[in-house]
Design a protein around this ligand. Structure first.
Ligand code: UD1
Length: 430
């Protein structure tokens, strides 16, 4: 099984360019099958989750042509199969977007229950509530979600919880329904705006995405479009925290500074210098971070997908930080891994109390999920000595060429596929 092996201690210094947003791309790829004409999608991130989604839409009959690593042309005209069988779809969270897309276009879908990182219960009741409100019958049988409707009609829907997935999913189905839909208590994350903009580029009539009320007037069909995906807010935030954790100096390029405000504010509070440019942010680390308190919240609050990265930085701060996770209930497993590197923390309910230490030391640890895995790599790069991280398939699901981007910043890190690779690394770097 592949591992990362790294020798820590080098401050990461230099420039890094951010790829397209994985979570926006997943919604956009699912939505692209709703058109019967060519849809060209640019700035696609080259990560596993995206490849799995492309395979799934190819398997149901969409024409998928990868023009280059970051560009794909999709045409949903050939879709004959509304039952998604791809085994990969049980592994990723965003498989549920095919329900909204197929229900909106064909009035029917049959999709396996979604997978994704094990960071909490992750119910989908709000998605189903929205589909039912639009007039669909919904049943869950043998681990599959089946939805069917003779005619979808616009509705006034009030979400009980702020959910990124439910907002995108119901928005997609409503975009091809009859009449007006109003989504209240909608999520406001940047990728919701991106999916809405993409749907509008295919002819949808969606207003208000990015606020908590989204208004949709259904249209009968979509047409051809060309669309470029926004930069990944979480990948950008991860590299910004890489500068803080390794006491480095990183120019993070190709991002949207507005999307980074909660993250920039915390880095400044921790003592880093944060310089903002039109489409870049430079973060200059500090010899010792200051402790802070963070509570994860829906956008524009501090993102839950940045919680392990800020938790790792807190573990190196001078003093006690309080971290509260308010979105998912099982997102602290990385703290156990960090403790093997010398970190000191205590979890009580959804709160972690983290007492900073002066340094981490290398250890053999494993990536518990996608974002935790990335944070642990940053910890390993800050640690004294050698760290190995197993289960890196989690990280490869969502970070494009992670180790290569880190190496370009001066990190001593290799992908090791076997014992021989590990020994070779030790001989050269150990
Ligand atoms: C998406 C992101 C994930 C990110 C999360 C929050 C994708 C593929 N994944 O996940 O990386 O961490 O947003 O920003 O885009 N909930 C319900 N019922 C529902 C749906 C959600 O109770 O029907 C709850 C969840 O358990 C959670 C909260 O609402 O407590 C937010 O979840 P949601 O925003 O839906 O997350 P995902 O869309 O799964």
């Amino acid at each position: 099984m592949a591992q990362y092996i790294m020798k820590g201690g080098n401050p990461l210094v230099g420039e890094v360019s951010i790829s397209g947003a994985k979570n926006a791309a997943l919604g956009i790829l699912a939505a692209s099958v709703m058109a019967d004409e060519d849809v060209l999608i640019e700035n696609l991130p080259d990560v596993q989750d995206i490849n799995m989604m492309l395979d799934a839409i190819r398997e149901i009959g969409a024409d998928v042509m990868r023009l280059d690593t970051h560009t794909v042309r999709i045409n949903g005209k050939g879709i004959r199969e509304l039952s998604v069988e791809s085994e990969n779809m049980t592994r990723i969270r965003a498989s549920y977007y095919l329900i909204g897309a197929l229900l909106g276009k064909y009035g029917r879908a049959d999709v396996p229950m979604p997978g994704g990182c094990e960071i909490g219960q992750r119910p989908i009741d709000q998605h189903l509530k929205g589909f039912r409100a639009l007039g669909a019958e919904v049943e869950i049988v043998n681990g599959r979600i089946r939805v069917e409707s003779k005619k979808l009609r616009g509705e006034h829907i009030f979400f009980d919880v702020v959910s990124v997935g439910a907002t995108i999913n119901v928005m997609m189905a409503a975009a091809l329904s009859e009449g007006r839909t109003i989504l209240e208590n909608a999520a406001k994350e940047p990728h919701i705006v991106d999916v809405a903009n993409f749907l509008n580029s295919m002819g949808a009539n969606i207003k208000g995405a990015g606020t908590d009320v989204i208004r949709i007037v259904g249209v009968p069909r979509f047409h051809a479009a060309t669309y470029s995906i926004i930069p990944d807010q979480i990948e950008a935030g991860t590299f910004m925290f890489a500068a803080a954790i390794t006491r480095g100096d990183i120019m993070v390029k190709n991002l949207i500074p507005k999307h980074m405000e909660a993250i920039s504010a915390k880095l400044i509070e921790m003592g880093c210098e944060v310089l903002e440019f039109d489409d870049a942010i430079r973060v200059v680390g500090t010899p010792r971070l200051r402790p802070v308190n963070v509570k994860t919240l829906p956008y524009p609050g501090f993102p839950t997908d940045m919680q392990p990265q800020v938790g790792t930085a807190m573990a190196l701060a001078r003093g006690v930080s309080v971290l509260t996770e308010s979105i998912f209930e099982s997102r602290y497993r990385y703290l156990r891994e960090l403790s093997a590197m010398g970190a000191c923390s205590k979890v009580e309910g959804n709160t972690a109390i983290i007492t900073g230490v002066e340094k981490f030391t290398g250890a053999e640890i494993h990536a518990c999920d996608l974002r935790a895995g990335a944070a642990l790599v940053l910890a390993g790069l800050a640690a004294e000595g050698i760290t190995t991280i197993s289960d890196i398939h989690f990280i490869q699901r969502g970070y494009e060429h992670f180790e290569e981007k880190l190496r370009a910043l001066g990190a001593v890190i290799e992908l090791a596929n076997n014992e021989r690779d590990l020994r070779k690394f030790m001989m050269v770097a150990g």
